[in-house]
Write a protein that binds this ligand. Structure first.
Ligand SMILES: NC(=O)c1ccc[n+]([C@@H]2O[C@H](COP(=O)([O-])OP(=O)(O)OC[C@H]3O[C@@H](n4cnc5c(N)ncnc54)[C@H](O)[C@@H]3O)[C@@H](O)[C@H]2O)c1
Length: 270
């Protein structure tokens, strides 16, 4: 039996949450599944709780009797500040603070590759490189990682930040030949983070074993993550776009997010 047995998943009605719900069923004594949207009725070993993560009291109630949180809830893409501020920033603060105050000892936080979006695609990026968010969304994930560092250092929580690439059944474009993570690899990654022996603070890229991966992922080995899927099986469907130009959606790791509202100068981004 794993050390952590009572798991809360926020954002459990979403794409990744639904996959984890199915993939983790039966693996832990209790899965508490929460979302602002309605959830399918609880099965044995599950509890469902509809809650808005912007409401601190509701988040504190979610933490009762939980020892590990998988925090997925929030806006999963670029959005106006009015949506990012409450759902990604204030809500993530509520989750970390309520977890700490209620005795939760591990948080697995769904961060994003958009924390490092404005690096050039030709540069391999690790976990020590300074963040370069490509959007308000990316900034919100940097904030979440910083909260993780704070709660690990100041309060001794065990924190894993997953810089998830592109979660889908199959890669959907040329960029995703590098960034794709399959559903079964996602389940394995989250499971390894929940089950790993004590650790302080980890950043990991959430990516399958893609031949074209552009990220160094040293902590994957540490927690025993062994991805099984490789986007290369789909490579023939996605020819490379012309590179070396001024299109920010092609030149940088963050792809389309780098082009949104862009009125900078690609040539000046070193
Ligand atoms: N899907 C990807 O490829 C990908 C990549 C990088 C990071 N992520 C991150 O993983 C997480 C899950 O992504 P997803 O693709 O499943 O997104 P999703 O939109 O399908 O799921 C997110 C869930 O969060 C819930 N939510 C939003 N605001 C909330 C609030 N205030 N209170 C409670 N619940 C709220 C939504 O109702 C939704 O069900 C997100 O944090 C996202 O940023 C996803």
């Amino acid at each position: 039996m794993a050390a952590y047995t009572r798991i809360l998943i926020t954002g459990a009605a979403g794409e990744i949450g639904s996959t984890l719900r199915a993939g983790l069923r039966g693996a832990y004594e209790r899965l508490r599944l929460s979302d602002i949207r309605p959830l399918a009725p609880a099965e044995p070993g599950e509890e469902t709780v509809q809650a808005d993560l912007t409401d601190y009291a509701a988040v504190a109630a979610l933490m009762q009797g939980v020892d590990c949180v998988v925090h997925l809830g929030g806006v999963p893409r670029e959005a106006p500040w009015d949506a990012i501020l409450p759902n990604n920033i204030a809500a993530t603060y509520n989750v970390f603070e309520a977890a700490h105050r209620n005795g939760v000892s591990r948080i697995v936080f769904a961060s994003s590759n958009h924390t490092i979006g404005y690096y050039r695609v030709g540069d391999e990026i690790g976990i020590e490189d300074p963040v370069r968010p490509d959007s308000r969304y990316g900034v919100s994930k940097v904030f979440g990682e910083a909260l993780g560092r704070l709660y690990a250092d100041k309060h001794g929580l065990s924190i894993a930040c997953l810089r998830i690439g592109s979660f889908r059944e199959q890669p959907g474009d040329f960029r995703q030949l590098s960034t794709w993570i399959s559903p079964r690899d996602t389940v394995q990654l989250v499971r390894r983070c929940i089950d790993a022996p004590p650790f302080h603070f980890l950043v990991l890229y959430g990516v399958s074993a893609n031949t074209r991966v552009r990220w160094r992922n040293p902590n994957a080995g540490f927690i025993g993550y062994r991805p099984q899927d490789n986007a290369e099986a789909h490579a023939s469907r996605f020819p490379a776009p012309p590179a070396g130009g001024a299109d920010p959606t092609v030149e940088f790791h963050g792809g389309p997010f780098c082009g949104l509202e862009f009125d900078g100068d690609v040539g000046r981004i070193e």
